[in-house]
Design a protein around this ligand. Sequence first.
Ligand code: GYE
Length: 326
Amino acid sequence: MKKLIGIAAAGAMLVALAGCASAGGGTADGPKPLDELVVGFAQVGAESGWRTANTKDIQSAFEEAGIELKFSDAQQKQENQIKAIRSYIQQQVDVIAFSPVVETGWDAVLNEAKAAGIPVVLTDRAVDSKDDSLYVSFLGSDFVEEGKKAGQWVLEEYADATEPVEIIQLEGTTGAAPAIDRAEGFAEVIAENPALEVVASQTGDFTRAGGKQVTEALLKSNPGVDLIYAHNDDMGLGAIEAIEAAGLVPGKDIKIVTVDAVKDGMQALADGKINFIVECSPLLGKQLIEIVKQINDGEAPEKRIITEETTFTQEQAIEALPDRQY
Ligand code: GYE
């Protein structure tokens, strides 16, 4: 009898969940066939090698799954992303997924999606909102942890330092989750050794050109710099160009630590121009498909799905490079 009640309760729950799904773009009659599902994806832009790999991976995962993907590139502007999300709401897509360029300022548009009954999935970057009912799941890396891993390498590298170690930080896009969190994690760890000092910190907007320009200027005002911590590979690659142009040797005269581990970054690491890279995986496509399917099936996806990632030394980069897909 007990068992029967259990089954009845489970049945009632399923009905309730299916109700949620219908409010969320599925049909009241149960899941839609995959080839009838439509997902709108509002991408940040094409600012880095990471982003290009992320876009490719998402597009091919949808193609493989046979689910229609409407894709837009916001060129790193929040207003463009908001416009794209509004147009997806208007088109009554089944699910909206997006990677918020900055953390704040999303409540209004996400409330519109909620009112329209369209579930929202955050991929890669978080929003800073008190209302976590505005999205069903957040899939991506733990950026604070990435900053800590970068800081840990610096801490060990300069464990015996008696003189001050001058560090320049190249920040990602101002207000973006990975810029805020990678700075926070790094600062927390290097605080353990007072010799480690961030003498300058400026945004290079996650681009190679930005990293180069900022480094050029900061090398002039900080000629004694020992290390550059860049929030992504692309800015680190820009820094390499600036360091070489100044007649210095990247990786030796000035050490470089970055985050991402995309192919160009890994090549520079293997070549000895970067000293350490913390991996941040852009391959979120397959997991996003799983989340979309769960929503379509009336199941509640996990609220927070954290990407697994590692770190690379120069030796490890030489070994890993031949199999690197992106
Ligand atoms: O590290 C950087 C990109 O949000 C994790 O955005 C992403 C970051 C990535 O531009 O290269």
